[in-house]
Design a protein around this ligand. Structure first.
Ligand code: 5GP
Ligand code: 5GP
Length: 226
């Protein structure tokens, strides 16, 4: 009797441990980065082993977030990034989620970091393959660069207002991003990252429940070439 109760308890523990944790977030940020603005800073950058990426917005990450602005991170120490699980996505990841950090590498460091820090907090809906596939699909769905250039906002080192950038993207994609700037070597404010919000199912864009906090861009924003 005692033994069977013990094994029942053990089974229960194993079953719970094997399951992904309950959802501890309300939505996602899909964060895109402009490579020109990552590279022309004081810190500079390194092209990935596969060569200079296309002059287009790349993915930084798909980040689970809560409505109060807080977010979970590093949720599963047992889920190390395994490149073999995304082997069919590697060419898309190289093209659309390129790493620009130094020293030059193939992207594995960046993808591991994003999966382990953020992806593991959405294991209730995504395994590793599903996480990367969802981010790639969402990025493709937006066509952000096309939206900007169609409105005359070009990556040519020119300056634009925050309204010009936001309006161009809203008109072209249907969703208004949060715009984050950094500064180039000369100290000019420039278009660095775009934050879009995605529902908790990870499959459609929504209006953002809360905006990230970073210091404002100012109203003269450079869009550097890459
Ligand atoms: P930073 O301090 O450079 O803005 O952000 C550093 C890192 O913290 C980001 O790359 C990201 O991993 C995480 N992070 C910063 N802000 C947010 C946020 O609002 N939501 C989530 N989910 N992660 C964030
Ligand atoms: P987060 O800010 O998402 O927590 O961290 C980003 C991490 O990924 C940093 O350790 C950064 O060095 C690394 N990383 C590698 N490649 C890139 C890249 O192209 N862009 C950004 N923002 N971080 C990168």
């Amino acid at each position: 009797m005692a033994a069977s109760r013990l094994s029942l308890a053990l089974l229960l523990v194993l079953a719970v441990a094997g399951r992904a944790a309950a959802q501890d977030y309300d939505f996602f940020y899909l964060v895109l980065q402009w490579p020109g603005s990552y590279c022309d800073t004081k810190q500079s950058c390194c092209y990935p082993k596969s060569g200079k990426p296309a002059a287009d917005f790349g993915i930084h990450g798909l980040w689970p977030n809560r409505d109060d602005g807080s977010y979970p991170q590093n949720c599963d120490p047992n889920a190390d990034f395994d490149p073999s699980k995304v082997s069919d996505l590697l060419s898309s990841l190289r093209a659309k989620w390129p790493t620009l950090a130094c020293p030059s590498n193939d992207g594995t460091t960046f993808w591991s970091h994003e999966w382990e820090k953020h992806g593991t907090c959405a294991e209730d809906i995504f395994d590793e393959h599903g996480y990367f596939q969802a981010a790639l699909r969402l990025r493709d769905q937006l066509g952000v660069l096309r939206a900007l250039t169609s409105a005359g906002v070009n990556p040519d080192g020119g300056y634009y207002t925050l309204a010009q950038i936001k309006n161009a993207i809203s008109k072209g994609t249907g969703f208004e991003p949060y715009v984050e700037c950094n500064t180039d070597e000369a100290g000019n404010s420039q278009l660095y990252q775009l934050y879009f919000c995605v529902n908790a199912a990870g499959d459609s864009f929504i209006d953002c429940p809360v905006l990230p906090n970073s210091k404002p861009c100012g109203n003269r924003i450079e869009f550097p070439a890459f």
